[in-house]
Design a protein around this ligand. Structure first.
Ligand SMILES: NC(=O)c1ccc[n+]([C@@H]2O[C@H](COP(=O)([O-])OP(=O)(O)OC[C@H]3O[C@@H](n4cnc5c(N)ncnc54)[C@H](O)[C@@H]3O)[C@@H](O)[C@H]2O)c1
Ligand SMILES: [Zn+2]
Ligand SMILES: [Zn+2]
Length: 362
């Protein structure tokens, strides 16, 4: 099968022929139809986060199950699915506590070092988050798969696999935004736009979008932002304080920078909550005032929207089918797999809301 392989950081991906193993216990082989181009992939391309190379990135994916391995009961060949980038084990302390996104065990049993899922010639190739969606096929633990209705397009389903679940979940699960409150979102890309539309759905009375690109602020208004702050036109924290008279109830960071993470904390009012969604580099320290105790602020991380996938993803799809979440509007460009490097150039230059790679046909 063909796949886009990242051979080293800060280099273009190459389209290579790989062999994929047959599905083992608990695994499914999925024909990839659509894969979103997410900034999390870009962190690995740019080397902000480490990855074992060579690797196939791609974690925002939808496809059709081709074959399942022994013991798989939740899906069967022919099912249309979202491929989740966390594959919960279902029985660890976190899974049991209703926090499958934090599952530390995982649903895979394959010994990836001695029995790799992917080979290029005789050499092993790793797959991002056991998905490796920038490829014609994904061999993945089946516990991460979620069946989707025929009415949902594959491009939309792919986005639910990361940016929509992440943004919606940060609002609904992590922050639990209440009606009538105020929200600020720094970074209005694929994830930020979903934070904005979920905050609108949750009944926030004011949603302030903060970005450095004017056309991104326009997208943000289309998705429900009530105000736009141009971060290049003076201190964004001060601008948000002026707009709100002292800060917002909930502030979200959706870029992945120390500076904007600290700005998010600064935008939260007394008693407010700052939620870090962006992948801030692992070595960076987020610094906040020692007066956190007096101001009673909360600083929280949010991973995969604190998602309970089998509850949240069907709800998200129903909200979309009912016209309450705009998922089609997120897709501003489509590329074939061969143009993956151009797709990442478009993300890097902040040109698109989200782009989708159209990899296979149903
Ligand atoms: N927590 C999770 O589970 C999770 C899941 C998915 C993505 N992420 C992370 O979320 C972040 C956003 O992902 P995305 O795909 O939406 O990215 P994106 O590139 O689509 O969007 C980033 C936005 O930030 C804006 N921006 C850049 N620098 C800025 C600054 N200094 N001030 C204000 N705006 C600025 C850009 O114009 C762009 O609109 C990334 O770090 C990604 O890795 C986290
Ligand atoms: Zn992602
Ligand atoms: Zn678990």
């Amino acid at each position: 099968m063909r796949a886009a392989v990242l051979n080293e950081a800060r280099s273009p991906m190459t389209i290579d022929e790989l062999t994929v193993a047959d599905p083992g216990p608990g695994e499914a082989l999925v024909k990839v139809i659509a894969a979103g181009v997410c900034h999390s992939d870009l962190h690995f391309i740019e080397g902000t986060y480490p990855a074992r190379m060579p690797t196939v990135l791609g974690h925002e994916v939808a496809g059709v199950v081709q074959e399942v391995g022994p013991g798989v009961t939740n899906v069967q060949a022919g099912n249309r699915v979202i491929i989740g980038f966390v594959q919960p084990c279902g029985h660890c302390e976190f899974c049991d506590a209703g926090r499958p996104n934090l599952c530390a065990v995982g649903g895979g049993v394959r010994d990836l070092r001695n029995d790799p899922a992917l080979l290029r010639g005789d050499d092993p190739v790793t797959a991002m988050t056991n998905v490796g969606g920038f490829a014609e096929l994904s061999l993945t633990p089946a516990s991460g798969l979620l069946k989707i209705p025929d009415a949902v397009g594959m491009d939309v389903a792919a986005l639910v696999g990361c940016s929509v679940m992440t943004g919606y979940g940060a609002v609904v699960n992590t922050a639990k935004v209440e009606p009538g409150t105020t929200v600020a979102v720094i970074g209005t890309g694929g994830v930020g736009l979903n934070i904005i539309q979920a905050a609108r759905l949750a009944g926030a009375r004011r949603i302030i979008a903060v970005d450095i690109a004017e056309h991104k602020l326009q997208y943000a208004r289309d998705f429900g932002a009530t105000d736009g702050v141009d971060a290049t036109a003076g201190d964004p924290v001060q601008q948000v304080h002026e707009l709100t008279g002292g800060g917002v109830d909930y502030a979200f960071e959706a870029i992945g920078l120390k500076q904007t993470a600290e700005q998010t904390y600064g935008m939260a009012r007394r008693g407010g909550t700052a939620v870090i969604v962006g992948m801030v580099p692992p070595a960076d320290q987020i610094e906040v005032s020692g007066m956190i105790w007096l101001e009673e602020k909360t600083l929280k991380g949010s991973f995969y929207g604190s998602g309970r996938f089998h509850t949240d993803m069907p709800r998200i799809l129903d909200l979309y089918l009912a016209g309450k979440l705009d998922l089609e509007g997120l897709v501003s460009k489509r590329f074939p797999l061969d143009e993956i490097n151009e797709a990442f150039d478009a993300l890097r230059s902040n040109e698109v809301a989200r782009s989708v790679l159209e990899i296979g046909a149903e």
